[in-house]
Design a protein around this ligand. Structure first.
Ligand code: FAD
Length: 452
């Protein structure tokens, strides 16, 4: 990723640009200033905003990013900091400085969306107004997906303080168990694997850890070697695992809130006794806000938003046509299906770049040029950028300092990118805080107090 940062000395400090004034809020409802509205200010949405602001957005236009969190929530480190809470303040990074006036990062929750407006609710601490209807010319839908319970902060008020409290919940439960207490992790994706190995190590083997995964292979979107290496690391740590078996969920669901002994029966009839369950399954794309007006843009099975390679929302299944007015609606990141790429921060980020560049092209194409030498006029066909397929890549922690990386081997460029082999690094020299300070620098707030 290239840096998001602007020159920090020219930027207002994060704390100085906290809540917009009521006048600013009311002005958002006015249609006078053309607006690019980005729903979701995370890996995809923020990169799109940065591309627009740094990429020559014409004067008079503004970018508004709507997000229910008041800080950037760096999800990659959530499992780690939920187990080692001393690092948790680093997982919430101030970002309002990325959108200097007339642009705005608006801490608010999307309630509904039409073809012309988005209605958002402001946090309860705001005085007036409490809801706003924001008109837009371009929309970027970047709401990602729901998160599994151990790292789901969506029920909080979106503040850093509330997020820090919620991230302590699982640790408190595991702390309260006696030596030999049993933790069952359901789900063998990256989150489940990382939590299982961190719990086993952080409690120095004094908690039994078992992982249950419905597929035969862990991390099935990645190379076989990731699966094999994870299994041998689990063996070394003393983590038991059941693969190819589903947990049979009782109609009332598991009681995830308490530490009383429970048994979980699997689809193969095994019964696993445990005290704490960490549910690490069940991410759902947050596409539902499109249903009332753009239902055909959502795949009914996966709930993913259909998009073209240009990142414009597609009007229906394989129509090749854009949704909304004049192709001005875009979707990026975990909420959409894009050429079967792995859902990841880097793919959301790169899609954000494409969406941002395309909006700039669209605007300049629709705005008659005053320069006689300009080659971009409304009569020139508009050629938009396309998001290029990316190979799966991951850094997976396997305990506090152990990790494994898979990246594509790009050394021979004559090989079709989809056919290139993967390369792997296995290491034991990781960092407890996962090098999260680098992300603060990336956002241009490397010098800011981590408790901000
Ligand atoms: C534990 C974990 C570790 C990971 N590690 C890596 C990694 O190392 N590398 C990597 O590349 N990827 C990693 N990923 C995947 C990566 O985090 C996701 O692919 C990425 O977050 C997708 O980015 P996004 O911008 O599409 O959506 P998200 O990051 O999900 O962001 C969506 C944003 O929308 C906001 N939002 C949602 N609903 C509303 C609403 N109604 N109103 C207002 N705002 C709303 C949310 O607050 C959020 O900020 C990891 C994921 C997890 C869970």
């Amino acid at each position: 990723m290239s840096s998001f940062s602007t020159n920090p000395s020219n930027s207002p400090s994060p704390s100085s640009s906290s809540r917009p004034t009521d006048d600013t809020l009311w002005s958002l409802t006015a249609a006078s200033m053309p607006t690019i509205l980005i729903l979701g200010g995370s890996y995809g949405g923020l990169q799109c905003a940065s591309t627009l602001i740094k990429g020559g957005l014409p004067e008079g236009w503004r970018v508004i990013v709507v997000d229910r969190n008041d800080h950037f929530n760096h999800l990659y480190v959530f499992p780690r900091v939920s187990i080692l809470p001393e690092y948790a303040p680093k997982a919430f990074i101030p970002i309002t400085q990325l959108l200097p006036p007339p642009h705005l990062y608006l801490h608010s929750t999307l309630i509904s969306l039409s073809a012309t407006h988005a209605t958002v609710s402001l946090p309860p601490s705001s005085q007036t107004p409490t809801t706003l209807s924001i008109p837009y010319q371009y929309l970027v839908y970047a709401l990602g997906g729901s998160l599994p319970p151990p790292i789901d902060l969506s029920k909080s008020d979106g503040t850093k303080a509330a997020g820090l409290e919620m991230l302590k919940i699982e640790k408190k439960k595991i702390d309260s168990l006696k030596k030999g207490g049993r933790v069952l992790v359901i789900g063998g994706g990256a989150l489940g694997i990382q939590l299982a190995s961190d719990v086993r190590e952080a409690w120095k083997g004094e908690r039994e850890v078992c992982l249950l995964h419905s597929r035969e292979r862990l991390l099935n979107r990645f190379g076989e070697r990731m699966h094999e290496e994870t299994k041998s690391r689990f063996d070394a740590l003393g983590i038991t695992y059941f693969l190819g078996e589903r947990a049979i969920i009782p109609p009332e669901g598991f009681n995830l809130n308490c530490t009383t002994p429970k048994s979980v029966t699997t689809s193969k009839g095994n019964v696993i006794q445990c005290d704490v369950i960490l549910m690490c399954t069940g991410q759902t794309p947050l596409s539902h806000h499109l249903i009332p007006h753009f239902n055909s843009c959502i795949d009914p099975k996966t709930k993913l938003v259909r998009v073209l390679k240009t990142t414009q929302i597609e009007s229906g299944e394989a129509t090749g046509e854009t949704a909304g007015v004049d192709g001005r609606m875009f979707a990026i990141g975990d909420c959409c299906y894009q050429q079967d790429v792995v859902m990841a921060g880097y793919t959301a980020y790169n899609q954000g770049t494409v969406a941002g560049k395309n909006i700039l092209k669209h605007i300049s194409h629709s705005t008659p040029s005053t320069s006689a030498s300009s080659s971009t006029t409304p009569s020139t066909p508009l050629k938009l950028d396309e998001y290029e397929w990316e190979a799966p890549a991951i850094k997976l922690t396997l305990g506090i300092l152990n990790y494994m990386i898979q990246t594509p081997d790009d050394s021979d460029e004559s090989i079709d990118p989809k056919q290139r082999p993967a390369k792997y690094i296995v290491g034991e020299n990781g960092e407890e805080d996962l090098g999260v300070d680098g992300m603060w620098k990336f956002f241009g707030v490397g010098d800011v107090d981590r408790t901000e």
